[in-house]
Design a protein around this ligand. Structure first.
Ligand code: BES
Ligand code: ZN
Length: 642
């Protein structure tokens, strides 16, 4: 039995297998009112209670709907005694539902029961961001979206909020007309209204009802909802992009390759089981680059570079259709099984479409990012472990870093080369997925599977699992990647580094000109800037040199958020005053944590008094428009935490 330190539920005793939701979304009062019919199965004999995770939910009714093992309803709903435990600061309040003694005694392992729970969310639910009309592109209608990973589903719906408690779901969602609701599920023809359980809520405005079904069992962190003024454009037979009407053309252009990514994913990882693959292009405050909500990936508008250069994020979220959503980490300690595998699959998809040099390029970039992350956290930091210790109710949002992504990728690439390369490892990967679909697993289970699969390969027995999984800092073995595509970028980085080693200023590398980067992809430009950033981890550049660089290579003219971001990470420690208004602009116009957090940290940590002041002033103005998770994380980064 695997203990999930991040859930207070008792899914090892009674497990919810299907949730049928009725939701009324009130954008005026910022409340979702809901009724959940929960189908559950006894995992042990005579369980005396059902424990659900909640956080900030107001529960007003719990009832037994189908007490009999045979599944028949004996009479009407029977009210059940329940108790919301004192809240844990991170994990929320366990909802203890007592089963009647007679029923409990008669329940045998494998018997089924059905509960009903009536609840309302709180306006400050950590799972939901409510946007006023002014915060949307259209400016006329309010908007809301959810983000449940890692442990926020419990502040949207009562659930067993552990990846180990996979469930299917269906939902009927009522929203004010003319808004559209979308969920992480396949849309169905909507019924006339909500069913009788929500008769007590009668909105005084016209409403529209939407219905959804997610037949594939999913971890609760994959429940997702968005409501707004939404339009769509088809990108293929099973794929479309949704967004506010003003953005839908831009989205359709940027994400035109989505169907190709999906086909490449299937060729590598096997059947796509989710039916549809749609994208929802969110407003700028979406806190992640992408989120793999099943059937409906959520993406940030910062991917709209105009030239499809940032769509590897879509390849990444598509890859989660297998690693993460189908084969799932058993708890957040084993998050690398989701993200490391997904980065690996993402790069395989990109490699299939763009060639091996592209795979190698991204792998090398990942290694630079890994080194930077280890440098930032410190080589002995416990969060630099591939498998961190999360006992004691640690918040997974606090542990989040690029380590599980890039150390995870690094490990898988190491394993691949160890056993004989892609020709051997690709079949392993698809067998791993096929053998674990619809399941969850731990790092030890992965280890056992790998060792068994490669039991006849002597090299495979030599892996130092202890150090790879539990050691801090950089990995115990160094991979080497083919740097054909990256080399030019790295050479240029070295030139800019050596022209100003002491950071006292210079006229740039001899003969430097715009021609240095003519014809470069934006990825090469980012590789150049990141490599230069790695050289300058300790000794900042001089502002004269960063200003020269920006002017020569047209940094401020770029629409590509990654280029601007990579440059700002050099310019802030350089105390480049010219850059600061541009940094402030980036902090005010989007809310993706990947950009916000390093920029704020650089401003307060390495930006001098001006940088520090700018960080505080900008956060005071822009903070309220950030997503609740981003507000909390940036406040902590700024040392403002409550
Ligand atoms: N599942 C993650 C996002 C996430 C992780 C949300 C943990 C909440 C908690 C998603 O798949 C992801 O990794 N997105 C990346 C993009 C990727 C290309 C590395 C991002 O948001 O930048
Ligand atoms: Zn991911």
């Amino acid at each position: 039995m695997v203990k999930d330190h991040s859930s207070l539920s008792n899914f090892h005793e009674v497990r919810v297998t299907h949730s049928a939701y009725e939701l009324d979304v009130n954008l005026g009062s910022k409340v979702v009112e809901g009724y959940a019919q929960l189908d559950a199965v006894a995992e042990v004999d005579a369980p005396h209670e059902v424990v659900l995770d909640t956080r900030g939910l107001a529960v007003s009714r719990v009832e037994l709907l189908a007490p009999a093992a045979a599944g028949g309803v004996e009479g009407g709903p029977q009210p059940l005694a329940y108790r919301l435990a004192d809240p844990h600061a991170v994990l929320g309040s366990a909802l203890h539902v007592t089963l009647p003694a007679e029923l409990a005694a008669s329940l045998k392992k494998g018997d089924r029961l059905r509960l009903g729970v009536r609840w309302a969310t709180s306006p400050d639910s950590s799972a939901i961001q409510w946007l006023a009309p002014e915060q949307t592109a259209g400016g006329k209608h309010p908007y809301l979206f959810t983000q449940c990973q890692a442990i926020h589903a419990r502040s949207l719906v009562p659930c067993q909020d552990s990846p180990g408690a996979k469930m299917s779901y269906s939902a009927v969602v009522r929203v004010p007309s003319p808004l559209t609701a979308l969920m992480s599920a396949v849309p169905e023809t909507a019924p006339e209204g909500l069913s009788a359980h929500m008769d007590d809520v009668k909105p005084p405005y016209p409403t529209t009802t939407f219905a959804f079904t997610q037949k594939v069992p999913i971890a609760p962190y994959l429940v997702a909802l968005a409501v707004g003024d939404l339009a769509s454009r088809d990108l293929g037979a099973r794929t479309r992009v949704w967004s506010e009407p003003a953005m839908v053309e831009a989205g359709a252009h940027e994400f035109a390759e989505t169907a190709k990514f999906l086909e490449a994913g299937e060729a590598i990882a096997g059947e796509y089981v989710w039916g549809r693959y749609d994208l929802l292009l969110l407003p700028p405050s979406f806190p992640y680059g992408g989120m793999e909500n099943p059937c409906l990936t959520f993406v940030t508008p910062t991917l709209l570079a105009g030239d499809r250069s940032l769509t590897n994020v879509v390849a990444h979220e598509i890859a989660h259709s297998w690693t993460g959503n189908l084969v799932t980490n058993a708890s957040w300690e084993h998050f690398w099984l989701n993200e490391g595998f997904t980065v690996f699959l993402e790069r395989k998809i990109v490699g299939r479409l763009q060639g091996q040099p592209a795979f190698q390029f991204h792998a090398a970039q990942g290694a630079v990012a890994l080194a930077a992350e280890v440098e930032r956290l410190g080589p002995d930091h416990p969060y630099t472990r591939l498998v961190p210790d999360m006992s004691g109710g640690i918040d997974p949002d606090d542990v989040f870093s690029r380590i599980p992504y890039e150390k995870g990728f690094y490990f898988l690439y190491y394993l691949q080369e160890l056993v004989g390369g892609a020709a051997v490892f690709d079949p392993f990967l698809s067998a791993y997925i096929a053998d674990h679909r619809h399941q969850t697993l731990t790092s030890d289970q992965f280890k056992a599977y790998f060792l068994n699969y490669f039991k006849d390969v002597p090299a495979a027995q030599a892996v130092d699992w202890q150090t790879w999984l539990y050691g801090t800092g950089m990995p115990p073995v160094t991979n080497s990647y083919d740097t054909t595509l990256a080399q030019q970028a790295y050479n240029l980085a070295l030139k800019w580094h050596t022209c100003d080693v002491m950071g006292i200023g210079s006229d740039g590398p001899a003969g430097a000109s715009a021609a240095d980067v003519a014809g470069w992809s934006s990825e090469q430009l980012v590789a150049f800037l990141d490599k230069l950033g790695a050289y300058r981890a300790v000794q900042p550049m001089s502002p004269r040199v960063t200003q020269l660089l920006a002017a020569l290579y047209g940094i401020y003219e770029s629409k590509n958020a990654e280029i601007r971001f990579a440059f700002f990470k050099l310019a802030i420690p350089a105390r480049d005053a010219q850059a600061l208004p541009h940094v402030a602009d980036m902090l005010k116009t989007q809310g993706r944590m990947k950009f916000l957090r390093p920029l704020y940290r650089a401003l307060v940590g390495r930006g001098g008094p001006e940088g520090r002041q700018l960080a505080l002033d900008t956060f005071a103005v822009a903070g309220p428009s950030y997503h609740p998770i981003a507000q909390k994380m940036v406040a902590a980064d700024l040392g403002l935490a409550a």
